[in-house]
Structure formats: C-alpha cells, structure tokens
Design a protein around this ligand. Sequence first.
Ligand code: ARG
Ligand code: ZN
Length: 849
Amino acid sequence: MKDAAPQPVFLRDYTPPAYLVDSVDLTFRLHPTKTRVISRIAFRPNPAAQDRRFFLHGEELTLLRAAIDGTKVTPQTDTEGLTCTVPDAPFTWEAEVEIAPEENTALEGLYMSNGMYCSQCEAEGFRKITYYPDRPDVMAPFTVRIESDLPVLLSNGNPVAQGTGWAEWHDPWPKPAYLFALVAGDLVATSGAFTTCEGRKVDLNIWVRPADHGKADYALDSLIRSMKWDEQVYGRAYDLDVFNIVAVDDFNMGAMENKGLNIFNSRYVLASPQTATDRDYDNIERIIAHEYFHNWTGNRITCRDWFQLCLKEGLTVFRDSQFSADERSAAVKRIEDVIALRARQFREDAGPLAHPVRPESFTEINNFYTATVYEKGAEVIGMLRRLVGPAGYDKALALYFERHDGQAATIEDWLKVFEDATGRDLTQFKRWYSQAGTPRLSVTDDFADGTYTLHLRQETPPTPGQPDKAPQVIPLAVGLLAPNGDEVVPTTVLEMTEAEQSFAFTGLDARPVPSILRGFSAPVVLERETSAQERAVLLAHDTDPFNKWEAGRLLARDVLTAMIRDGAAPDGAFLDALAAVARDATLDPAFRALALRLPGEDQMAEHLHALGHTPGPLTIHTAREALKDALAGHLQTLWPALYDGLACPGPYSPGAADAGRRALRLAALSHMARLDGGAQARAHFAAADNMTDEIGALTALLEIGAGTEELDRFATRWAEDRLVMDKWFALQVSLAAPENAVDTARCLTEHAAFNWKNPNRFRAVIGGLTMNAAGFHDASGAGYRLVADWLLRMDAANPQTAARMSTAFETWPRYDSERQALIRAELDRIATQAGLSRDMGEMVARLRA
Ligand code: ARG
Ligand code: ZN
C-alpha cells in the first residue's frame, strides 16, 4: 500500500459507514514533540451498512496501546489507518497515540504556531490527531480534556470545568470530526455578549496573542451583526453558551468554522485603522460572517461526503454575500463579486483544472476548495433563488433546516426541498452541479412592427472528461431601454432551457436598447455584437447598477482589445464616457471607483484567447498602461477636483460610505501620479493616518516606477507588524515593472523577514509574482522557474499551500508555444520529483493533461 500511487475516490462509490459513533472522549496531554492523545469512542454497528469491516483512519500517528471494552487489542496498521476484529455489538474503543505538533509544518491536524497549539481538521486532518472514522457522515458529541501549562485551553462546545493545568469541554451537538478543534496558548480575549432570540445568553470571545490586544474590536462587532442578521433573515439562532474565535498566524486558508471554536488566519481578525485597509475590514466582516453562518449551513446540517462540499460552501458564500449586500452597498458588492468570479472561477472553468460544482472524483480533497465549489456554488444558489423567487427560497430553506437538522446531507436532499417547497422540477437545473465549464450565451435580436425579439443560443465548451454538454437552465434578467435611455420594460426574468430559444417583447415604439443579464443573473459569458453607442446609453442610463458598470467594462475591454490587437490609439469617446461617470456626483463613489478600474491583464489575455489571439503578456501590459496614461491625461482637471472634494472628515471609519470616498479619491491620486511624477502621492503617503491611504499612495507610486524611499520608510515603520509586512512584500512584487518582477521576488525570498513556512508570507511573495502577469510570464521562463522551485520546496513542508499555488500554471493554454513549452518543462520537473505529495501529484497531473 505504501508506495502505490494515490488512488482517486468516486462519488458513485459512496457507501454508508460500517460503524456509527455515540460519543467521543478525548484527553490531550500537550507537548511540542510528544503530545499524548487518549481516545474513548463508543461505537455501534450501523444497521444501514452493507459491510462490517472496522477501519479507522490514522496518519502519522504512533499507536501506543488500544483496547476494546477494556481488553487490549493489537490492530493491523498501515500508512492510512488501522483495522481490527471487533464485536458484532456496541463496544468501547480506547487508544493512546503520540503526535508531534511542533514538527507539523503541513498545518493540518494539531500543530504549533508561535508557541500556541492549534488545529485544522477540515477536510481530513483529524486522522492526524487520533484513529477515527474520519468522514463527515459519522457524527458524535465530543467531550475533550486538555492538559497543559498554557493559560488558555479551548475546545468545541461549552466549558465544563477547569483547574490549574487542565480544562474540560463538552459539545452536545453531534458533529463530524472535521469540525473538531483545540487551541492552547498564552492568549487574551476581546469579549462581548449576545442574547439570542431564544433567550440564550452567549459569551463571545476573540482570542489573540497579547501583542495583538486591541485589534479584535471590528471582528467582534462583525460577529454580533452576523448573529443578529442570521436570526432576522434566516431565523437561525446560535446554540451554545459560548462562541470563541482564535486568531492564528500560520494558517493554510482563510478561516475554519469548528463548532463553537472558529479558528482564523490572523489577517482576517486583526485590524486597526493604522494597520488594516478598507479591504481588510471588508474581508474581516465577510469571513467572520461566513464562518458564523456555517453554524447552521455546515455544522447543524453537514455534508454526507466531500463530494457534497458545495452544499455547505456554496450556500454559506451565498449567505455571506447577502449579508455584505445588506450591511454595505448591494450594487457594489455584486460588482465586486462578479469581478472576482470572472477572475478566478471563469479562469478555472476555462483551463485544465475545470471541474463541476460537485466533482465526481478526487485524489486529494484539499485540491477542491476552489472558486468553482465556493463561488460558482454560490452563483447556482443565486440562480435558484431567482427562479423560485424570494418567498419560494425562504420556504425551501425553512424546510431544509427542518428536514435535515442534525444530518449529513447531499445535493439531492438540497434540491428536493426546493422541489417540495415550490413544486418546481429541478432535474434540468441540476446540471449546474454536474457540468463543468462556463456556458457561452450568444444573443442576436431583431425588431419589427413594435415587436423586439431576442434570439439566444447557449453552448458550454468541453472541459476535462466532459466533451459534450447539455443545455442548462439560465435565468436571464432582462430590461429594455428606449434610445433616449428611458426604461420601457422593467426587469423580467426569462427562463432559458433550450440550446436555442427566442423571447419576444411586444408593443414597443422603437427599437430598444436591451439590458441583458441584469445583476449578472447567471454565471455565463454573454456574447453579443453591441455598438459603442448602445453601451454608452447603458452606461449613462441603465437602472440596473450591475449592467451600468458592465457597459463601461465592455467599452474598456473593447478599447483595450483594439489597442492590443491592432495597435489602435485610446478611444476618445470611451474616455469621455468614463469621465461622465467619474464626475457624476449622484453616483456612489465606490461605484465610480469600480467604473474607473480597467479590466486586468489576465482578463484581457483570457478574452483575447477566446477571440483566437495570443498576444504577449508584455503587449497587454503596455497597452493597459497606455490606456491608464490616456485616462490620466484626458481627465487631468477632474482628478484634483475629485481628490480635493473627497477627503473624509473626522476620524477613520471602515464603513462603506467613507471607504467608497477613499477608493475614488485614491483612484484619482493614482491618475494624478501619472501626471505629476508622484508628487501628490508622496505628500499623501507622508500625511496618511490610516493604512488604506498609506497603501493607496504607495500603490500609486509603485505603479509609476517610483516609491523606493517610501518602501523603505514603510518597512522601518512596520517591521514589527507581520500582517502589514505581508503587504510590503506583496505590493512590490505584484507591482514591479515586468522586467524586474522575477528579480524583485527572488531578492525578497532572500530577505531576513522572508519566513517562507508562513503561508501568508509565502503567498505574499510567490503569489505576488504570479499575479504580476507580465512578470510571471516573462519570455525567459525565469518566473516559471522561480515559482516551480518554490512549489517544490513548499511541497515538502506544506503540500496544501504548495498545491494551491500551482494553479498559477492553469492558464498555460492561452500562451504561445514557447511559453507553453517552458511551463510544461517546469510541470514535468515537478511531476518527476521524488516524494511529491498527493496534493501536488494530483495538481500537476491535471495541469499537464
Ligand atoms: N470550511 C472552511 C471555510 O469556510 C475552509 C476549510 C478549507 N479547508 C481546506 N482543506 N482547504 O471556508
Ligand atoms: Zn466555508
């Protein structure tokens, strides 16, 4: 078994667990290299199971003893777990294992971060803590005793008792092992309280290292708002006496929803106006909400198996977007979500890593915490809600909670509650879960005798393992504008179900301007020949804020396309249209800032590739810079006016209104820098009293190739603040001139503060380089080489973080044959490395296919 290549598992092979668990008792005697874990687990044969084989997962454990009903047993162990002969009746399993948290660099299971013990078990990390049926459909109440000299000892559920050197916790809610958590450290709390609508008083604590005390207020505030919101909007109340959140510096992803004990990457907890940007505040609010919402969508109702991951993640992302939309601006939130969806999920769907929202097989589940499962998973729920309406959605969700509370559920269960609650047949809709790839929707139209007809054609390109696709249900929100911009048909939802379908609107006086896919009502690529004039009408008059923004984006994209492909000059009409939006004081400044943001270089590469072109990354970069310069020059009187008019009076507040003003003001500043050589940005940097302004000014300087002195001052000022220093590392790589990017990154990897085993720092530098499109794709291949070197190095220590970074190579099909060959050589080099992790092995295999 040991040396065999890791085998994939398949959704279709699911079988129920052979044994169920009635209770779990764990005792931890913590020690950096010799932690003892004693488990007492009450097992019972599962009447629903076909086989009776007793298998417990376990990896990297030293088994010291095992007993069944008090009698010593000697199980057969291998690298994946153990088997043992057991009674054909309920029995108690007892085992003692030894583990070494300090040596755990993979940050999965129980590990140490800056002297504190913490855990990460999703998806399959519990098996590195003790032997257990580590699968989400085995749910049990846990009792945990922690023994350690550290002052703060935490686990799931409610505190039971504590004394000097120990604490006991009990979680009454049956849960799968992936939701287990343990923390022990020298920590201080920012505390609050919340009384639920059911009258339960809940103690809230955000635990941080003493040096970070005072930086958790916003996280606590976000938590309280999330708890209220889930009661008001979903009728979901919290169900324990305490809710603990812990900030950890070394963490593979964003955060984790362990029952009653959320563990967070410290970058999504810690904030002060001086050290966190508006974006950081935004992320904290969003991720605190996300993990909190998991208490119902994920924990009370969990997943039967990991193929159902989108059941909890898609739904919880959808819920946290609703929350953010309610707390901030719905229009701005939608636009930002779509920008991210296109940049990450459409990119994934278009490349070798494309997979369905519910994958059908995997080798390493950690490789499937993807934009497709999360963000497309959320889009699918948004479409469902649009199709059944808000009332139908609420009814279905109420039924979901009522029917499946306490269960490990499937996508079939999820769709069935919608069918039962609304009477709608979702057979065809289900394809959104099984078919990968982004549908392309081409639209033509005609107008005659007052009737306007839209002709739609959908086609989903082939993806790995799925050459042919069937038509999907596409909810298409459409409105019609008169040529003067008046709305003549308000938003209606067309339901497309066929490969080709037409929809007619009658009784119109003139040929309308259609506003199609309002609110981005489906995750599709819309293809339609549109005149610049039509776009200008939409940009100026569309009542749908998303499509108003989209009109500007399409104009920008077409202008850039012409510049890149045909060497055209920046289009004056476009500059004027953008100017009109930028100076329209009736529009939300945050919206105006988004309208001024040009499509990214990676987006342009993808778009041009779809049109059959393969421009060099440097050509794209140069054209985009030229368009920015043109914009700066064309609106040279507007920028100072915006800059002067948008200063935020009073002390810093992370609220949406002030954040929007800062965003637009900093957009103005970055254009001014292109005209004044950075004079204003330097002054802005010097005067900044918050991190948003400081980073904004620094960005403006780096973008014009200046800012060396400011970078130094920044580093001196913030040397002791690791989260701020992550920004310093990331910014200079991602904004380096293409010809300097690789050297900048290499140089930073030699910096004394480049602690590569810290995932945030690694992502700042190596991830920063992959985000510098023209630098990473330098024709020499030096960027590919540097990233591959670091992937190999990181893979040996932390496979999860390395494998995730390997997605940087997923865009290879859109580059020229020289670059493709260079990338392939690096992928080959990785693939043939001895001792490659299962994570990385699967990623390179898929990338090379
Ligand atoms: N469930 C966590 C969240 O809310 C993420 C866990 C990620 N786990 C992993 N192995 N990548 O989103
Ligand atoms: Zn989640």
